[in-house]
Write a protein that binds this ligand. Structure first.
Ligand SMILES: [Zn+2]
Length: 376
C-alpha cells in the first residue's frame, strides 16, 4: 500500500446537526449522500475522511434544557446518542463524529478566533437588528419576508440590541467574489452560486460574532471595558468544526485533507457556508474548501416539512419498514442531487420495485433477487 498523499485524499463533511432537534429525514438525506460518496471514493482508492457531528451550544439548547430542568450538556449527551444510533441503523461509515462541546473543538475555536483578533479583523460595536431565535440568525429589515417574519423559517423575529464583537466580513467581499469567479465549481449547484453572488453584490456588512445574552457557548478570548463576558456566536463556533476535527490548521491531517474538502449542506445554510466561512478563512490566511454543495429539500407528500407542522418523516420508521438499502437507494435515485423532491411511501415502493426488483433483479436472477419485492 502506498502512503496517502495530498492528491488522493478526500474529505467529505455533513453539517454538524443541532441537538435541539432529533434526527429526521432531512439529516438522514445529507448524511446518506455523504456516505455514498465516501464509500465510492474509498472503493476508488482514495484516502477518505468522512466527518459528521453535532452542534451543541446556543440559546435554543440553553432554553430547552431549562424547560426540561436539566443541564444543557445532559440534553446534548442524550440527543447525540439519538444521532449516533440513527447513523448506525442507516449504515453510515463516518470516520469521525465531532461534538462542539469537546475540548479538542473548543481549543481550536479559541485559537482561530484569537488569530483573527490579532490580525485586527474583530472590533467591538453595537448590534441592533431582527433576530430569529429558531434559526439563530440576524436579519436586516429588508431581508424579512413580506409579513416581516424570518425569510428562512417564516416565524416571528424580535428586535435585539446588544454590545457585540464584529468580524470585518465586508473587508473580504471583493476577494470572495473574485474567488467565486475564478473557481466556477466552488459553490454548486449554479442556482445557489448565483444566489450567493447576488447576496454579496447587495453589500456585505460586518458580522456580529459574539453574544452577551447567551451563556451556553465558548467564551470570546477577550473582554470589553465593562468586563462583560461574550460568548462566540454559534455559527462561528459550529463552522470551525471542519478544521477542529483535523486537530487545527497546523496538523498533518489538515495539510493532507483540507485541500480536498467538500462540504455538503442543506440549501437553507448555504449563506453561512459560502460567505461567513470563506471570509473567516481568508482572514486566517487559510485556503478555502474545494467545494460547497447545497442540496434541496424533501416535501412530505407535497407538503413542506416543518417542526410546527410536526410532519417530519422519521427515516428510522421507513428504514425499518422497507429496509435501509431501499430507503438509501430511493433518496439517491429519486431526485437529482441539488433539486427538491417529494417523499411518499408510494413513490419509494414504486422506485424499489421497478428499479431494483424488476430491472436489476431480472439482470441477475429473477428467482434469488425476488426478496427485494415489496408487496403493495
Ligand atoms: Zn427563522
Amino acid at each position: 500500500m502506498s502512503q496517502p498523499n495530498k492528491t488522493n485524499s478526500f474529505y467529505i463533511t455533513t453539517p454538524i446537526y443541532y441537538v435541539n432537534d432529533v434526527p429526521h429525514i432531512g439529516h438522514a438525506y445529507t448524511t446518506v449522500a455523504a456516505d455514498v460518496l465516501a464509500r465510492f471514493k474509498r472503493l476508488d482508492g482514495y484516502d477518505v475522511f468522512f466527518l459528521t457531528g453535532t452542534d451543541e451550544h446556543g440559546s435554543k439548547v440553553e432554553e430547552s434544557a431549562k424547560k426540561n430542568n436539566e443541564r444543557p450538556i445532559d440534553l446534548a449527551d442524550r440527543v447525540v446518542q439519538r444521532f449516533k444510533s440513527s447513523w448506525k441503523l442507516m449504515n453510515i461509515t463516518y470516520d469521525d463524529f465531532i461534538r462542539t462541546t469537546e475540548a479538542r473543538h473548543k481549543t481550536v475555536v479559541t485559537q482561530l478566533i484569537q488569530k483573527v483578533i490579532d490580525k485586527g479583523d474583530i472590533y467591538l460595536g453595537q448590534y441592533e437588528d431582527w433576530y430569529c431565535l429558531p434559526c439563530e440568525t440576524f436579519w436586516t429589515s429588508t431581508q424579512l419576508d413580506p409579513q416581516n417574519k424570518c425569510p428562512s423559517c417564516h416565524r416571528c423575529v424580535q428586535k435585539l440590541k446588544e454590545e457585540s464583537y464584529f468580524f470585518k466580513m465586508s473587508h473580504y467581499a471583493k476577494a470572495l467574489l473574485t474567488y467565486i469567479e475564478d473557481h466556477p465549481d466552488f459553490i454548486q449547484p449554479v442556482s445557489r452560486k448565483n444566489e450567493i453572488i447576488n447576496f454579496i453584490e447587495e453589500g456585505l456588512r460586518d458580522l456580529s460574532i459574539s453574544r452577551t445574552t447567551v451563556l451556553w457557548g465558548i467564551p470570546m478570548p477577550i473582554t470589553d471595558q465593562t468586563q462583560t463576558s461574550h460568548i462566540i456566536y454559534i455559527w462561528f463556533d459550529a463552522l470551525i468544526n471542519y478544521v477542529s476535527a483535523l486537530g487545527g490548521s497546523q496538523t498533518q491531517a489538515f495539510n493532507n485533507y483540507w485541500p480536498n474538502a467538500i462540504h455538503f449542506v442543506g440549501k437553507d445554510i448555504i449563506r453561512h457556508h459560502a460567505i461567513y466561512w470563506p471570509t473567516f478563512l481568508m482572514s486566517l490566511n487559510l485556503p478555502l474548501p474545494k467545494k460547497i454543495f447545497a442540496h434541496g429539500w424533501w416535501t412530505n407528500e407535497g407538503e413542506k416539512m416543518s417542526k410546527s407542522k410536526g410532519n417530519f418523516i422519521d427515516h428510522e420508521v421507513i428504514a425499518q419498514k422497507y429496509g435501509v438499502d431501499s430507503l438509501r437507494y430511493f433518496m439517491m435515485r429519486e431526485i437529482p442531487f441539488g433539486s427538491d423532491g417529494d417523499f411518499s411511501e408510494k413513490a419509494l415502493i414504486q422506485r424499489v420495485n421497478s428499479d431494483l426488483a424488476n430491472d436489476f433483479g431480472n439482470l441477475v436472477n429473477r428467482t434469488w433477487m425476488s426478496f427485494l419485492f415489496i408487496r403493495l
